[in-house]
Every structure is written in structure tokens, then in C-alpha cells.
Design a protein around this ligand. Structure first.
Ligand SMILES: [Zn+2]
Ligand SMILES: [Zn+2]
Length: 305
């Protein structure tokens, strides 16, 4: 008998983990650079020099991205039948009553072209030629990264976009960010300092993506419209300032995006807040979105009556 047959969920979970880790590798490099918080250092050592130095990590990310995609294809195939993945001749399968038990993991499974063809055959989604071309490009990029050929590692922007594109293609918009938050919150150390404060820190991930790929690209992976004017979020602001930290990032947007709207939604904490439409009294601030405690969500200053 063939034992320990994997399930669809096993593969899907590993696929998501590979893609999240591929992105996390970039985020960690960026975060440790940001920790210096010193304009002189940033002038002398621009971010692209940091990416250049970290090419071995970027290479790992490309391999993880490819692995995540292969594992996703396997999950779809396994959903139909785990036997479709087996490469060995059927006559050699240990399935007759007298055969010895063989662990599924010790058998050969399809990879590369055979995997892609089987995936296309069983996929219930309408597979566009764009999607198939994308999968093939990633396979070639992974080969280039391993062989040290081509220049795939010299543009982190492309790799980051490819990871987000893969996640969105397979699991839908927004899922990558929700899953990253869930992943961080499942860390056994999460919450020991302060649950609310630590949950809010995911804004740093959004900042990192804005710096590396830009808002226009980032929009492709969010269902919420993030092209409008941006405001500080009262909920995030409260959490961050409760620990004497300063929040400068604006990830909240008016809903609906109209001059009379009195609600904002934050894509970082996923909360809606009520706001007032009054002109900010701070000099040179043109803001007119004030939270219920009197803080201007444009400049972050408290309105003094
Ligand atoms: Zn928020
Ligand atoms: Zn203001």
C-alpha cells in the first residue's frame, strides 16, 4: 500500500508559507536597513547597495517563489487525485494486496513541464495563457538565479511583484496581507509586549512595499481602492502613541471617497472609524478630516479649542 497520502490542505499551506517567506526575506533586509534611521548613512549607503550585497538572500527568495508555485500546482492536482502526481510506472506501484507499504513521500512525483501539463488538465479555474506564461517565467527565473545567469537578481522590485502576483493569482486579492498578519500573530512570542501595539506594526510591511514597488503596483494586490488621499488611522495612531512611538504612515482612506464622507477605513488594521469634516486649525495644514478626539488625520496634531 502507499501510505501517508498527502492532502490538498497540506500542499496549500506549504505553498502559502513559501510565498510569505519569499516576501519576508526582503522585508527583513529592508527593516534592518531602516533601523539605522540616519539620513547620513542613507546618503552614503543607498538601498540598492543593500540589495546588491544581499543577492544570496534574493536568490533564496526566487527559489522559494518557484517552490511556492510548484507546491500550489501540486495542491490543485492532489485535490483531484494524489496518484496523478506519481511519476513511477503504475505496474511498479505497491498497491497489490501482498505489496510492502511505501511512504508517498519516498516516491517520485512530477516536476517541471509534466507538472504544468497535469495542473492545466485538472485545474477548474479558467487558465489564461498569461497565467501559464507567468508560471513558466518564474521557472526560468529560478534557473537563472541558481545558475547565476541573467539579471533577475538585480531588480528586487520584479521579484517582489512576482511573489504578490503569484499569491493574488492563486488565492485572490488581499489574502497575502491577511495571511502575513495571521502568520505574525501566530508567533508564540506575539503579544508579550502589547497585543494592540504589535498588531498595528504591520503598517511597516505596507511602507516597505510602497518604497519598493510603489502604490500603483500595490493597488493590483488589494481589492480596496488605495489610490485616494491618505490619512492617519485613529486606531493605529492610538496604539502606536500608547507606547510613545510616532506613527507617520497613512493607510486610511475616506469611504466613500467624497468631500462629505464621515468615515475612514484603514487597510492596515482593517477598522472603520468615524471622523468629522472640519478644517484643521494648525497653520499650513489644509486637512479637514478630524478624528473624534480632535486629532487632525492629515498632520497628526491635536486641535486646541
Ligand atoms: Zn488602522
Ligand atoms: Zn492638520
Amino acid at each position: 500500500m502507499i501510505t501517508n497520502i498527502p492532502t490538498y490542505d497540506d500542499f496549500e499551506k506549504v505553498s502559502k508559507e513559501c510565498l510569505i517567506q519569499a516576501l519576508e526575506l526582503f522585508f527583513r533586509i529592508y527593516s534592518s536597513y531602516k533601523e539605522y534611521n540616519d539620513e547620513n548613512i542613507y546618503e552614503e549607503v543607498p538601498l540598492n547597495e543593500i540589495w546588491e550585497h544581499n543577492k544570496p538572500t534574493l536568490r533564496t527568495s526566487v527559489i522559494l517563489l518557484h517552490q511556492g508555485i510548484e507546491t500550489y500546482m501540486k495542491s490543485v492536482i492532489v485535490k483531484n487525485s494524489p496518484y496523478l502526481l506519481l511519476e513511477q510506472k503504475r505496474a511498479e506501484w505497491p498497491t497489490l494486496p501482498e505489496s510492502k507499504d511505501v511512504d508517498y513521500a519516498s516516491m517520485y512525483t512530477f516536476a517541471g513541464e509534466n507538472l504544468l501539463h497535469t495542473f492545466c488538465a485538472v485545474s477548474s479555474d479558467k487558465l489564461t495563457s498569461d497565467k501559464v506564461k507567468f508560471i513558466e517565467t518564474i521557472r526560468q527565473n529560478r534557473n537563472k538565479a541558481i545558475h547565476g545567469a541573467g539579471n533577475i537578481l538585480s531588480d528586487p522590485k520584479i521579484i517582489i511583484q512576482d511573489i504578490l502576483r503569484a499569491y493574488t493569482y492563486f488565492f485572490g486579492k488581499d489574502h497575502w496581507f491577511n495571511d502575513i498578519r495571521k502568520w505574525n500573530q501566530s508567533n508564540p512570542l506575539f503579544g508579550y509586549y502589547d497585543w494592540g501595539f504589535e498588531s498595528t506594526l504591520s503598517y511597516k510591511f505596507l511602507d516597505f512595499l510602497e518604497i519598493t514597488i510603489g502604490i500603483k503596483q500595490l493597488q493590483k494586490y488589494f481589492s480596496f481602492d488605495i489610490s485616494g488621499r491618505r490619512y492617519l488611522c485613529p486606531t493605529c495612531l492610538y496604539e502606536i502613541s500608547s507606547k510613545d512611538d510616532q506613527l507617520l504612515s497613512k493607510w486610511a482612506f475616506l469611504i466613500p471617497n467624497t468631500p462629505t464622507s464621515n468615515k475612514i477605513f484603514c487597510i492596515n488594521c482593517d477598522f472603520e472609524s468615524e471622523i468629522e469634516r472640519v478644517h484643521c486649525k494648525i497653520e499650513n495644514c489644509k486637512g479637514n478630516v478630524i478624528d473624534m478626539s480632535g486629532i487632525c488625520l492629515t498632520c497628526g496634531e491635536k486641535q486646541l479649542s
